[in-house]
Ligand binder design. Structure first.
Ligand code: PHE
Ligand code: FE
Length: 304
């Protein structure tokens, strides 16, 4: 179908993971797309999927936003086997015109933005090992597929993701600070967002739904802050990458998210450039506080 996939008939897709060096964890990037080597998944791979799928479906029953759970069912995702990208794409293309493409690991920023801007969502083809059920430091198939793909069936969220991709291409041309502002928006919405529903606070962020511990902590722990969504506030807020978040931002609807991000960000980037960033866990006087975190168990250092 698509002509630009890496790996001819003989080469197998690689499993590109971070590298452990004496200077710590170094992320490794791979730019191309690959066919999903579905026949190559081992029994263990399918079992890892099944275990994670069952466990998270149970935990998320009254915690994830209904739409997320319903959409997983519309896709026919189940514990039986790792889903086939082609099957998901049949549903997705009819639904919102998005397409899943297979990738080997983290993508360079511009490549990632270009995919999103063209309604293609990159999904890592490989799944974590059994010893990584509870934590993995990079996206794998479970995070990407279980976590990100369901909401791509929501028309408003689908448009938001594309707009984000276009915004990324633009921010990349403006500079590193603009890119950082935009990355924080992705982090606090797409990855770690909460949403207010008639049934109460619910999860929609992919980084949360693919984590057993954080799915409970983000809603039920007194430690983290839960604040009303505020675009510029988010763009100024640092975050944690290897512990649970200290602050979550709550949207009222995907429409609100779409509307708030509609304006040209260029003047916002300019306005924010001279302003200092906020630490991940600090509450500001202007915040709309839903819950003020106790800060219990927080590590103060290490904000990205
Ligand atoms: N409006 C943003 C801009 O001008 C683009 C964008 C939309 C970014 C939605 C993120 C999410 O850059
Ligand atoms: Fe992600």
């Amino acid at each position: 179908m698509r002509g630009d996939r890496l790996g001819g008939m003989n080469s197998e897709p690689r499993r590109v993971e971070h590298q452990q060096t004496d200077r710590g964890n170094i992320p490794v990037y791979a730019a191309g797309t690959v066919e999903q080597p579905w026949d190559r998944y081992s029994r263990t791979d399918h079992e890892v999927w099944a275990q994670l799928f069952r466990r998270q479906r149970e935990i998320l029953k009254h915690r994830a936003t209904r739409e997320f759970l319903d959409n997983q069912e519309r896709f026919g995702m189940s514990a039986d086997a790792i889903p086939k990208f082609d099957d998901l794409n049949n549903v997705l293309s009819l639904g919102t015109g998005w397409e899943i493409v297979g990738v080997e690991g983290l993508l360079p920023d511009q490549v990632f933005f270009d995919h999103l801007a063209n309604r293609r969502f990159p999904v890592t083809w490989w799944i974590r090992k059994p010893e990584q059920l509870d934590y993995i430091s990079e996206p794998d198939l479970f995070h990407d597929l279980f976590g990100h793909v369901p909401l791509l069936l929501n028309p408003v969220f689908a448009d938001y993701m594309q707009a984000y991709g276009r915004g990324g291409v633009k921010a990349h041309g403006i500079g590193a600070d603009a890119l950082m502002n935009l990355t924080r928006l992705y982090w606090y919405t797409v990855e770690f967002g909460l949403i207010n529903t008639s049934e109460g606070l619910r999860i929609y962020g992919s980084g949360i739904v693919s984590s057993k511990g954080e799915s409970v902590y983000c809603l039920e722990s007194n430690a983290p802050n839960r604040l009303g969504f505020d675009l510029e506030r988010i763009m100024r807020t640092r975050y944690k990458i290897d512990t649970f978040q200290q602050t979550y931002f709550v949207i009222d609807s995907f429409e609100q998210l779409m509307e708030a991000t509609e304006p040209d960000f260029r003047p916002i980037y300019e306005r924010l450039a001279p302003q200092p960033a906020f630490p991940a866990g600090e509450v500001q006087a202007s915040d709309r506080v839903i819950h003020r975190g106790t800060g219990e168990g927080w590590i103060k250092s290490g904000d990205v």
